[in-house]
Design a protein. Structure first.
Length: 295
């Protein structure tokens, strides 16, 4: 009997071990898969860091109009793209925008006549675009909201003062500033959000130079632009502010008072129901109540 009981315990132990092995095998496989993929992830992070570092150096060289080092950094930037994957970092439109701004910067460097303003603009666009890939939560392009918002504010004030020429100048400034940050926005935001602001910018470009457009239409269009800009940069509108009742320093006294009123109302309702039930009982009497349940 002891041997039989021991065999049963051994069989139960083996079954438990098998069940434990089956339960742990997916977790072990998942851990092994993650360990296997870890070097690849680290390799991509290293390449992205190198890619950004070269971009920062190129940005400084182009801002300083360094004719010797800037072309060398551009070639290093092109070489660093080999084997670099952007999967999961941006959309197809974002990859296209990044490639376009790289080629534009390369074309600016290849021009015979050096244009300092073109060098500064193209290097800034490239820096913002690359930075949006590696710093998605705190990207540099988010700082441009203040610049664009100031341009819109200038359009609002000039419209109120009836200065259409000044309004047009503020719009052109807004358009120029937006062009610098647009590739980074395409990389970071949904295409529909960028297209929405692009459509507004195109429409505003037409009516800002049309002197026959009335002030009401201009005002509505500028308000739409402000809303589209806030949406594009993830800024919320003014949230409603709920103020306490003024004139009373202790809100707990009002809470207790209101609660007391509710409690008194419930007690009064219960008392009235109890009195009504007693009146019904006294009218029928005990004998009548017994007769009602006889068949």
């Amino acid at each position: 009997m002891k041997i039989l009981a021991l065999n049963r315990w051994l069989l139960l132990l083996i079954c438990c071990l098998l069940l434990l092995a089956v339960w742990l095998s997916p977790a072990i496989a998942h851990a092994e898969m993650n360990n296997t993929a870890l070097p690849k992830g680290n390799e991509r992070e290293q390449k992205l860091a190198q890619f950004e570092q070269i971009t920062e150096t190129l940005y400084r060289d182009m801002q300083d109009i360094n004719l010797t080092d800037a072309p060398k950094q551009m070639e290093l930037l092109i070489d660093s793209l080999e084997g670099l994957s952007f999967q999961g970092l941006t959309s197809v439109e974002g990859i296209h925008a990044l490639a376009e701004v790289i080629m534009d910067t390369r074309g600016t460097l290849a021009e015979v006549n050096v244009d300092p303003e073109a060098w500064a603009r193209s290097s800034a666009k490239l820096r913002l675009a690359v930075n949006s890939l590696t710093h998605q939560n705190k990207a540099l392009w988010m700082q441009y909201y203040k610049v664009l918002a100031d341009d819109l504010d200038g359009m609002t004030k000039s419209r109120a003062e009836g200065k259409r020429t000044v309004l047009r100048e503020y719009f052109l400034s807004l358009q120029s500033h937006y062009d610098i940050v647009r590739p980074a926005l395409i990389i970071s935001r949904q295409p529909s959000e960028v297209n929405k602001f692009d459509s507004w910018l195109s429409y505003m470009g037409q009516i800002s130079k049309d002197t026959s457009v009335d002030d009401a239409s201009l005002s509505r269009s500028i308000e739409q632009g402000e809303a589209a800009l806030k949406e594009l940069f993830g800024r919320k509108g003014a949230d409603p502010v709920f103020l306490p009742i003024t004139g009373y320093r202790n809100p707990w006294s009002w809470t207790l008072l209101i609660g007391g009123w509710i409690l008194l109302a419930l007690l009064y309702t219960g008392l009235r129901k109890y009195q009504a039930y007693q009146n019904v009982e006294s009218v029928h009497g005990p004998s009548e109540r017994a007769d009602r349940f006889r068949f």
